[in-house]
Design a protein around this ligand. Sequence first.
Ligand SMILES: O=C(O)CCC(=O)C(=O)O
Length: 290
Amino acid sequence: MKTMAQSYTAEFERDGFLVGAEILSREEAAEFLGRIETFERGRAGDLPVQEIFRTGAHMMISAVDELVRHPKVLACISALLGPDLMVWDADVIIKEADSKGFISWHQDLRYWGVDSDEAVTAWIALSDASGEMGCMRFLPGSHRHGLLDHTDTFDGENLLTRGQTAAMEINLDDTTLGELRAGQMSVHHGLTLHGSMPNQSDRRRVGLAIRYTKPSLRQLVAERDYAQLVMGEDQYGHFLPVPRPDNEGSARALADWRRITEDQAAAYFAGVEPDKQSWTGGDGSKPVES
Ligand SMILES: O=C(O)CCC(=O)C(=O)O
């Protein structure tokens, strides 16, 4: 009989994603969501909360810090990437009830500026994420076709930073819907084509996207890069260290978060005209990086 890790690996290698790994109970997911929403409501006056959700949330929010190193998450990701794991970024991705924000078909690795495809995104559902609520869709096998050209659309309803869209036709009949209940996780390869539709339900959809890499990766575009070791060892020193949250947003933590995310923006926004280097989508929704 196959172990959980072996079946994850087989499915992931074949399709470039897996859907429905059991990480949290519904109650635990609701508790993590409650902590994140308390941070959102309580700190909106003194911290750039929407930007923190979009990038580097693991540096500022203790609930996110706990999730990026949750033993069940790490067991699943290390079955795919090996024993040494780093978090390169973590984003809280919200689609408000009955909102128009969508995520165009793209590959995460298109703008990370790194030299290898050994990177995955873990997406933990903190609310349910059904088809009606705009869960992700994946194109099976697309991780085997290398890095594809993308067009930057800067569409106001697109929740991605530059509206990047893979320059190819995708037939929805060929794709797989990644529905999750609160507490489940999907994982996709950095080259897997994926996207998501608007939330047409009357409930808020909230997920945490965690970008995991191996210490051996190198940044090629930005002058320097940062990642946080969450399992095993870093024998390479290619990434500068990333602090963990202190008391949810001290002045020092905010200064570190700013310094690190601004340096990383050099890779995300490479080639984008300065007046288009905005982190905020046209409808004011929170854009995501990948
Ligand atoms: O939250 C979504 O609907 C899509 C997220 C995504 O594209 C990602 O995490 O890579």
